[in-house]
Ligand binder design. Structure first.
Ligand code: NAD
Ligand code: UDP
Length: 339
């Protein structure tokens, strides 16, 4: 079996990740996105500290980075203050999948609020640049599509998604208040649904669920009628957007949408994955989840204009790479079970 080569399509990008090596802190660095970010930063010559409490992330996501002498892992919960010498901070620590963030809603809200405060205090003490992984969830169930950064959103503050949505909204508020009050150098990026290798097979998000179900010929579970839409961005594209954003001068605070505007109904995604995996799965419908946004599509004109960035990886290509990753993981798990 061919082992997966992480970031193989990323090599086509110009390396804009800064001419001078920096000390970079990645909070949530052992998660899906954080691990790709650590890898990209290390490959660009930076010193990287991955800080994580391993609640939804895994050590195995960054295991392959240990040979880099410039890489360090610190086990820590961002709800408690931390002191690390870093000139650039990426604040990616938060559960991101709805089942993950709803499992401990109070913990999620506090991770987003206290995690932001602690990271911003560190940035202020160090005079560091700090980059926030915000989310399209700040738009809630949007009344306008595509979503522009100027849209203030439609979030239910007392629903089951609020711990995440309002946590991220409060974090954005803190970022802009630290910027206005203390002059902290901030970047706020709003991430739209991103997928790729190193998602957890059981994280409950739609891409990982559908691929794992299809590969195992189990029922593919659509919540509701499947007419709700999402716009899926491949992980390498997203990381490229964040690298460009982190290098984009002090005036470029954002918020900036980072995502792929190609929108697709969930039902069509299920059919596409079933076909790509040659699966015998049946597509079944389960009840719609509360407050599930009906449509989501980023307007990326700001990212195009300010960062010269737009996604390059089409959905079928990105899904192909992700399917290969899950195939390898599932067969490795089978082998381990058999031993
Ligand atoms: P993930 O769950 O794989 O990664 C989150 C990481 O943060 C994990 O390693 C986890 O262990 C760590 N973490 C969580 N709580 C922590 C705490 N209290 N202290 C220290 N570490 C903690 O999720 P992801 O998809 O990689 O998301 C990363 C970031 O990007 C999150 O902030 C998420 O909200 C944001 N985001 C992701 C998406 C997406 O589609 N993947 C979309 C919008 C926003
Ligand atoms: N979804 C689904 N089946 C699943 C998982 C998710 O139909 O097994 C739907 C979910 O209801 C939502 C969309 O897919 O409409 C995206 O869900 P995900 O949890 O990936 O992300 P988010 O809701 O945060 O956009």
């Amino acid at each position: 079996m061919r082992s997966f080569v992480p970031n193989e399509i990323c090599s086509g990008y110009d390396d804009l990740s800064g001419r001078t090596p920096k000390k970079v802190l990645v909070n949530g660095g052992a998660g899906f996105l954080g691990s790709h970010l650590c890898e990209r930063l290390l490959k660009s010559g930076h010193e990287v500290i991955c800080l994580d409490n391993f609640s939804t992330g895994r050590r195995s996501n960054v295991h392959h980075l240990r040979p880099f002498s410039r890489f360090r892992i610190i086990e820590h919960d961002v709800r408690n203050p931390f002191d690390v010498d870093a000139a650039l901070i990426f604040n990616f620590a938060s559960p991101a999948s709805p089942p993950d963030y709803q499992r401990d809603p109070v913990g999620t809200l506090l991770t987003n609020v206290l995690g932001a405060v602690n990271a911003l205090d560190l940035a202020r003490r160090n005079g560091a640049t700090i980059v926030q992984s915000s989310t399209s969830e700040v738009y809630g169930d949007p009344e306008h599509s595509p979503q522009r950064e100027s849209y203030c959103g439609n979030v239910n503050p007392v629903g089951p998604r609020a711990c995440y949505d309002e946590g991220k909204r409060s974090a954005e508020t803190l970022f802009f208040d630290y910027h206005r009050t203390y002059g902290v150098d901030i970047r706020v990026g709003r991430i739209f649904n991103t997928y790729g290798p190193r998602m957890r097979p059981d994280d409950g998000r739609v891409v990982s669920n559908f691929i794992v179900q299809a590969l195992q010929n189990k029922n593919i579970t659509i919540y509701g009628d499947g007419s709700q839409t999402r716009s899926f961005c491949y992980v390498d594209d997203l990381i490229e957007g964040f690298i460009r954003f982190s290098n984009a001068g002090k005036k470029c605070t954002g918020p900036i949408n980072l995502g792929n505007p190609a929108e697709i109904p969930v039902r069509q995604l299920a059919e596409m994955i079933r076909e790509m995996t040659n699966s015998r799965s049946r597509i079944v419908h389960l009840p719609r989840v509360t407050d599930d946004p009906k449509q989501r599509r980023p307007d990326i004109s700001r990212a195009q204009a300010k960062l010269g960035w737009q996604p390059r990886v089409a959905l079928d290509i990105g899904l192909g790479k992700t399917i290969k990753y899950f195939e390898a993981r599932l067969s490795a798990a089978k082998v381990a079970e058999a031993v």
